[in-house]
Design a protein around this ligand. Structure first.
Ligand code: ADP
Ligand code: MG
Length: 157
């Protein structure tokens, strides 16, 4: 599988990359985010929200598993950290196949419910504020999306 790597040196780089992605997303797009606590999954989601024209502050949903924001497209932000793998389906499909874009932090915890095609993103802590952000597109739609994003000169590596 072809993957795309981006090195972020500051939170602002991560926000900018996500804002860039926001320009290309369409209804029913699903983005899954993996990475340790503090890697930058929520920071990435904030950038996506900003890029979709959402003014509300996006933070990790502590008690709510799913938050819904209205922007150019609706954004469904899920953080499933508190679900364990035995948890039942919470009606995820309503979001995945809804009118908006879904972002899932800790997506592997709901692996059986994830759509087979999605943009999988992993964020690794490197030293200091450096983060390695890897896009792994699963399915034709997301391969195309990555090609568009990473062929653009405004994404630096
Ligand atoms: P997660 O949702 O993965 O637990 P958060 O986005 O909530 O992580 O937190 C990431 C923390 O790391 C924030 O405090 C952010 O300011 C900081 N940070 C430092 N460098 C970066 C970077 N390059 N990209 C993203 N976040 C960074
Ligand atoms: Mg988070």
């Amino acid at each position: 599988m072809k993957t795309y790597e981006y090195v972020s040196h500051h939170p602002e780089d991560t926000l900018a990359l996500a804002m860039k992605l926001a320009r290309y997303v369409q209804p029913k797009d699903v983005i899954t985010l993996e990475g340790d606590l503090g890697a930058g999954k929520t920071t990435f989601t904030k950038g996506l929200a900003k890029g979709l024209g959402i003014d509300r502050n996006v933070n990790s949903p502590t008690f709510t598993i799913i938050k819904h924001y209205e922007g150019r497209l609706p954004l469904y932000h899920m953080d499933v950290y508190r679900l364990d793998e035995s948890e039942e389906d919470l009606g995820f499909d309503e979001y995945f196949f809804g009118d908006g874009v879904t972002v899932v932090e800790w997506a592997h915890l709901i692996e059986p419910y994830l759509p087979s095609e999605r943009l999988h993103i992993t964020i690794h802590h490197a030293d200091g504020e450096n983060r390695i952000i890897r896009f792994s597109p699963i399915g034709e739609r997301y391969k195309q999306l990555c090609k568009e994003i990473f062929s653009d000169e405004s994404v630096s590596h």
